[in-house]
Design a protein around this ligand. Structure first.
Ligand code: VAH
Length: 300
């Protein structure tokens, strides 16, 4: 989306360049736990804005809390420090509904007590607070959205919301999928193109219109059963069943079932374009294409 809008864009990760990365996107190795590597890349590229997405997600974070701390917490600190030292004008950060803990009244607004129970959520709360500190203290233009579970035609990795994309991927690949949650589990979800547009639009909003640094954004809040029904309606013959995994179910149960995103709507005009049915129609051909490239599907 940034390339399409005419920006010079560079991608980076500890992983090699992804197969589907667009032409015109130079790729750099970057480990956010290594401040020297970030400094060297920022010196070379002198970025005006950085989109900091690197993180371990909630399920992987619970299997490897120390690594999650290093990547999510120390990594975010390292990126903020590099922005300060190298004069990066803007840092866009991806926070998450996992910053919330159990017991909040729905829909959950931006300014409620943040009492997450996962290492992932704890490090994301700290990232939000640190970013706002760097904005007030050093003038780094820090902005963030709290993403719902994002659903896209890519093989998911390590999230607790992965049951949603896996219904599409495994439904098309194997004709069946056993979800690791209860059918009545309900968390906010979003189709990836809406999520990407949110980041780009938040980055472009005039700072004086922003009343805060971190915003809830929402699209739709289906139960797992409602997602399964949408997939099974679109793909007759596919069977989706439920076998809750206590560890991942407990994480799901600690998250809100719906977010209030009225401040994002008011301040920078946020509006989702896709609902569950619109997403299902758009995703199925995309997942078919994904499976031509990855016939083995995803680990789940
Ligand atoms: C996770 N997808 O499951 C992430 C997310 C909805 C929470 O940030 O860990």
């Amino acid at each position: 989306m940034l390339l399409a809008r005419g920006h010079e864009v560079h991608g980076s990760d500890v992983n090699p360049r992804p197969a589907g990365a667009p032409e015109g996107l130079p790729w750099h190795h970057l480990d956010v736990t290594d401040p020297a590597e970030i400094a060297a890349l920022f010196r070379e590229l002198t970025p005006g804005a950085v989109f900091h997405l690197a993180a371990l997600l909630s399920a992987t974070g619970e299997s490897r809390p120390q690594v999650a701390y290093a990547v999510n917490q120390t990594g975010t600190f390292n990126v903020l420090e590099a922005c300060r030292e190298h004069g990066v004008r803007q840092l866009v950060f991806t926070s998450t509904i996992a910053v919330f803990g159990p017991g909040l009244a729905s829909p959950v607004g931006d300014d409620v007590p943040l009492r997450p129970t996962t290492m992932y959520g704890i490090t994301k709360v700290a990232g939000e607070l640190l970013g706002d500190y760097y904005f007030r203290r050093y003038g780094v233009d820090f902005r963030a959205v709290r993403f719902p579970g994002l659903i896209s035609a890519t093989l998911p990795g390590g999230g607790t919301s992965d049951y949603a994309p896996l219904m599409y991927i495994e439904g098309l690949r194997a004709g069946r999928y056993e979800a690791f949650c209860r059918p009545d589990s309900r968390i906010p979800m979003m189709y990836m193109p809406d999520g990407i547009r949110a980041l780009v639009e938040l980055a472009a909003a005039p700072r004086e219109r922003l009343s805060r640094s971190v915003y809830n954004i929402a699209a739709f809040s289906p139960t797992a059963q409602e997602i399964a029904d949408s997939v099974m309606r679109a793909l007759p013959g596919v069977s989706i069943t439920f076998e809750p995994d206590p560890r991942r179910q407990a994480i799901l149960d600690s998250w809100p079932d719906a977010l209030d995103d009225s401040l994002a709507r008011r301040d920078w005009g946020w509006r989702p374009e896709h609902d569950l049915e619109g997403m299902t129609a758009a995703l199925i051909p995309e997942v078919r294409a994904l499976l031509r490239a990855h016939p083995e599907g995803a680990a789940h």
